[in-house]
Design a protein around this ligand. Structure first.
Ligand code: ZN
Length: 248
């Protein structure tokens, strides 16, 4: 089997604006996410791409050779070009897996694929988050216990305005009392999509071993399953007989 090809996309803005974020993620959040995937999927080819690169690092050629793309963004969703968002959406329909992280719920790519606002409630108050595994047999929950905790995170609360997920893997509880559907799957065309909630930039969430396990599990799960043909002329069109005309 050929190696799984993963691209970790990062907006890469907070890291350079906020010294607190830069201290937690000196090489960028994308570098920490990529490191976690490399640790847990040793055979995978894991690269990064950022907003600032030409075509945001997501050229047609590169996306054609990507099996799974992970996406983190927050401040600069509107700086992602429509051409690149179109391209990512098309690749998902063809079969590329997409892992959408934290504030990327508002990314162009995710909103297009969902077709809804993807809005939610939030609060930045160092809430403890407990993520309950509500689908323990799911491959994305592989190796996890019944629940795991993050000592401080941004709170996201319901309603999360997305289409009903096909599968619910995690539900979060926050110490403020809110709950949130924090691990959800969908399919669009031939592509598998996983949304995973934790990952606010001012917390070391992408260094957390369980979070890294979930992301690696999700990358494996989202790998392409088949191929999505271009739909056009019927493959049988050539063999259709000439219509039988009545004799004059
Ligand atoms: Zn956040």
């Amino acid at each position: 089997m050929s190696s799984l090809r993963v691209v970790v996309w990062g907006e890469n803005v907070h890291e350079h604006k906020n010294p607190k974020v830069g201290a937690i993620y000196p090489k960028g959040m994308h570098a920490a996410i990529a490191e976690g995937i490399r640790e847990r999927i040793p055979g995978a080819i894991v690269a990064t791409a950022t907003l600032q690169e030409p075509e945001h690092g997501l050229s047609e050629e590169r996306l054609a050779k990507t099996d799974v793309l992970t996406w983190w963004g927050h401040l600069a969703h509107d700086q992602v070009s429509d051409a690149v968002a179109d391209r990512v959406q098309r690749r998902v329909l063809e079969g590329m897996g997409l892992i959408v992280l934290h504030s990327a719920h508002y990314s162009k790519v995710f909103r297009r694929l969902m077709g809804t606002t993807c809005s939610l409630h939030w609060r930045e108050a160092d809430d403890k988050e407990r993520l309950w595994v509500c689908n323990p047999g799911h491959p994305i929950a592989s190796g996890l216990g019944p629940q795991f905790e993050l000592p401080a995170e941004e709170m996201y609360g319901e309603p999360f305005l997305v289409p009903p997920p096909e599968e619910q893997v995690f539900i979060s509880w926050f110490e403020g009392g809110e709950v949130f559907r924090s691990g959800c799957t969908w399919r669009r065309g031939n592509g598998r999509i996983f949304y995973f909630r934790p990952g606010h930039e001012t917390y070391p969430t992408y260094h957390n071993v369980t979070v890294r396990q979930v992301i690696a599990n999700a990358v494996r799960w989202a790998a392409p399953q088949g191929h999505w043909p271009e739909v056009g002329k019927s493959p049988n069109a050539r063999v259709h007989p000439e219509p039988i005309r009545p004799k004059p």
